[in-house]
Write a protein that binds this ligand. Sequence first.
Ligand code: ARG
Length: 298
Amino acid sequence: MRLITDPAAVRPTLNAAPERPPCKAVLMADPAHFRVESAINPWMADASGRLNVVDQPRARAQWNALKVAYETLGVKVEVIQGKPGLPDFCFCANQAVTFRDAAGKPAAILSHMRSETRAPEVPVFEAWYRDHGYALHRLPPDVKPFEGTGDAIWHHGRRVIWGGVGPRTGKDAWDHVARITGAPVIPLTLVDPRYYHLDTALAVLNRGTALYIPGAFDDASRDRLRRGFDDLIALSDTDAANFACNAHCPDDRNVLLHEGSQATVSALVRRGFGVIELDTGEFMKSGGSVFCLKQELV
Ligand code: ARG
């Protein structure tokens, strides 16, 4: 399958792609062992290098509230248990990307994590996916890094992937992802170290609408995004830094996001979206929010 870099090919590719159903179930990873133990992205320490300190009971309460929010929307939530010594395990978007293969069977491509501290998370997820009937795929060993749904974001309604190229996923991963999934990949280059995964800079809300951080992308990528979405909502710097782009819209109608992004919330309400604001402050101390705390189950 193909990598789509020509902006003129973006719209025809989306129009021609097979349909893809909305999200009915998610996997969440229990935050029992969630900590900030080293700074592997710019959000995890202050300017002097002092690591953020996670308030465990608060993190647990915030995670529970997110789980309840999904269940209230009718999205089924499965839970995977972590282990001591895996401080980022709860960010379960990152260890794989899930999809349905040509035969309609659930499948996942396992990640090659950028950091040593996160690599041991992958076998734990591998076992869970295997036990739950997922066919597992791997990239060639020298193709790294690749951080799953942190950088591989499915378009809504269509079998097409938006693929982040940046600190956590290299350009060479996308040919393999396109071949394995059978879906075209539209690469997007990330240029701001604060927005290190595509899911921190782009939130697909429905077939034609997305939130994005214009300054997080290079010109060619912004052009591809403009061709792909009729309504591309640019975030202010304030809402960008408040993780508004790490939102998730499971059903094309209701958007879950970290609380307090007023301009973004108004933009969503004006367009008729339901908005569910949640406190994910403890997880933002590690550089993540709603979107990366779940994996879509197919
Ligand atoms: N501390 C984690 C890391 O840097 C946060 C991951 C957040 N995930 C995401 N998809 N944005 O890897």
